[in-house]
Design a binder for this molecule. Structure first.
Ligand SMILES: Cc1ncc(C[n+]2csc(CCOP(=O)(O)OP(=O)(O)O)c2C)c(N)n1
Ligand SMILES: [Mg+2]
Length: 281
């Protein structure tokens, strides 16, 4: 996809996120909006994959979403990348929908390989997939995304240690470094300290991008991360993003982590993000 096409996709995805959570008055718009550029870059530019979905994903790059609560951005991206009909976004969080509030596997939604939402587990699963790729002589890569608040889970540090210890060098793990979580700023709830130094001490290569909502920069840092794989160390990206990005009244606090806009707020947000040629679902 061209940069212009990706920008259009980001804007349409923002609308999808807002309309999905508004329609059922529940869900997580904040982190979803902050990661719209990351998802567009990953699925529109960086990863090699087939929309003819197979659970194994042999010969394909695989993505695992560990912070499953940001499912709106994930579902929008998958639908608009061709994994399932865009119209199905209208079923988000409804009974019997394949688009549950947090991604699950037993509904069989193409593109989803793990259930996530219980924070801290995604890296462990992804490392298994990465090691399976090595055993199968499959040279494609594993990508993961984690929240910064999610890093307060102990399991993820066990996985960080394991990845370096076992030289899992075919994985690129991105941290959505928005500085916010459900109850406030991460610095207030549980400070992460010098995260770069901590991950390096755990044996990871660490890249950092200060503007994780600049599409070109997000693509560039992911492409750079790719060049660093295969060198005996796992690779991570600290991606600084803005929770609620693209909607002025949602930015600057944790308030919209998991709250839906009302009718008036939706209209305001959509005015800030006009419909694109990709059209609303
Ligand atoms: C194991 C577990 N504990 C608690 C929660 C509740 N919870 C959902 S999202 C969230 C905050 C996570 O913060 P972060 O990963 O930074 O996500 P963001 O708010 O930036 O989207 C919490 C505590 C959960 N989903 N799983
Ligand atoms: Mg966060």
């Amino acid at each position: 996809m061209t940069l212009q096409e990706l920008q259009t996709q980001v804007q349409q995805t923002r609308r999808d996120i807002l309309r999905m959570v508004h329609a059922v008055n529940s869900g997580h718009p904040g982190g979803s909006l902050g990661c719209a550029e990351f998802f567009a870059a990953l699925y529109g530019k960086v990863m090699t994959y087939s929309t003819d979905f197979s659970m194994d994903g042999k010969g394909e790059d695989l993505f695992f979403l560990s912070n499953g609560h940001i499912s709106p951005v994930y579902y929008s991206t998958l639908a608009r990348s061709g994994f399932f009909p865009v119209s199905e976004l209208a079923t988000f969080r409804k009974l019997d929908s394949r688009l549950q509030g947090h991604p699950t596997t037993h509904e069989g939604l193409p593109g989803i390989r793990i259930a996530s939402g219980s924070l801290g587990q995604g890296l462990s699963v992804a490392l298994g997939a990465a090691q399976a790729k090595k055993l199968n002589n499959d040279d494609k890569l594993i990508y993961t995304l984690h929240g910064d608040g999610e890093l307060q889970e102990g399991q993820i540090w066990e996985a960080f240690m394991y990845a370096a210890g076992k030289k899992v060098d075919n994985i690129i793990s991105t941290i959505d470094y928005n500085g916010r979580q459900i109850d406030g700023d991460t610095d207030v709830v549980m400070p992460l300290g010098d995260l770069k130094a901590k991950l390096e001490a755990f044996g990871w290569i660490v890249l950092e991008e200060e503007n994780g909502n600049d599409l070109e920069k997000v693509i560039a840092i992911l492409e750079k991360a790719k060049t660093l794989t295969g060198n005996g160390k796992p690779v991570s990206i600290l991606l600084h993003t803005e929770m609620g990005n693209g909607v002025d009244y949602m930015m600057g606090s944790h308030a919209w982590h998991g709250k839906a806009p009302n009718d008036e707020q939706l209209e305001n947000a959509l005015t800030q993000n006009p419909e694109t040629e990709l059209t609303d679902y």
